[in-house]
Design a protein around this ligand. Structure first.
Ligand SMILES: [Fe+2]
Length: 285
């Protein structure tokens, strides 16, 4: 029997729901996991407040939904191969990490299905995460714009972020950033994915990825591709597609990297912030 106490409250925004009545520091039954997967695919972003999770709990929860994804360019926390600290000290001056919309590791051959993020130290205000629902963005896209991306393959790369010349490369090394970022030439590799694709689990069409990790479009001149990607990005991240997530300490959030873009926000200068993150690997039926 599924856990009858699971309570779901929609954000009433473009995506996102809060789930109560399940203790993530306990083992979950297969029925509960199936129910949570269904809710995750329906709402794209699930928030579980009032949890008390150890790193073991976070890893176990992640593995209910797939294998661990591979996290390049960021060194894991001590003693854990699959947990990253998303961290910022109160006095840190480096630009806020991941403040532009993206979907995690979309430059990989098999990008991750999802990401789990657990709030440990959360500032009293600021640091919200924005999620943009890419099913809605596609559904409501003007035909003229859709026609220009239909059948096109996007070229994804980590180079603007994690190459030595990227924003987290050489120029960032002296910034005093607390996150353990390791820029490398490997970031210059590219991988293509269709701009419009069916969600691997629901089959529902989605716009996948955006300018940033997308650095070009196959068989299109770079200038033309850039202009199109800028226009597309403006559409993909319109307010009506965005859910603004407000964090609490002890809250676990899991999102679907195939159906939403996300972006960090700042606004918490003078406060420490720490979250632990895991990556859910690509879906294998
Ligand atoms: Fe991210």
């Amino acid at each position: 029997m599924p856990n009858q106490t699971i309570e779901v409250t929609s954000s009433e925004q473009s995506c996102g729901a809060t789930v109560r009545g399940v203790n993530l520091s306990d083992e979950l039954s297969p029925d509960d996991v199936a129910r949570l997967r269904e809710l995750w695919l329906q709402h794209h972003v699930l928030a579980f407040p009032d949890q008390d999770m150890s790193d073991d709990d976070l890893e176990r929860f992640t593995l209910y939904f797939g294998s661990f994804g591979h996290d390049p360019f960021i060194e894991p926390i001590d003693g854990r191969a699959h947990i990253i600290a998303v961290e910022r000290r109160a006095d840190e001056k480096a630009p806020v990490f991941a403040e532009t919309f993206h979907t995690d590791w979309s430059f990989q051959v098999h990008p991750p299905a999802g990401t789990c993020l657990y709030g440990i130290t959360i500032p009293p205000s600021g640091g919200d995460t924005l999620f943009a629902n890419q099913h809605l963005a596609l559904e409501q896209m003007p035909d003229e714009l859709r026609a220009r991306i239909e059948g096109k393959s996007a070229i994804h790369s980590a180079r603007l972020a994690y190459a030595p010349t990227g924003v987290y490369g050489d120029v960032d090394r002296e910034s005093g950033r607390s996150m353990r970022i390791i820029a490398s030439e490997e970031a210059n590799e590219t991988q293509t994915h269709p701009l419009i694709m069916p969600h691997p689990e629901t089959g529902k069409e989605v716009v996948y990825g955006c300018l940033g990790y997308i650095v070009g479009i196959e068989d299109m001149d770079d200038n033309e591709a850039f202009a199109l990607l800028v226009e597309l990005h403006q559409w993909q991240t319109r307010d009506e597609f965005v859910y603004r997530h407000v964090w609490e300490a002890g809250m676990l959030v899991m999102w679907d990297n195939r159906s939403v873009l996300h972006a960090a926000t700042g606004g918490y200068e003078g406060h420490d912030r720490l979250l632990h993150r895991t990556t859910i690997g690509a879906y294998r039926p």
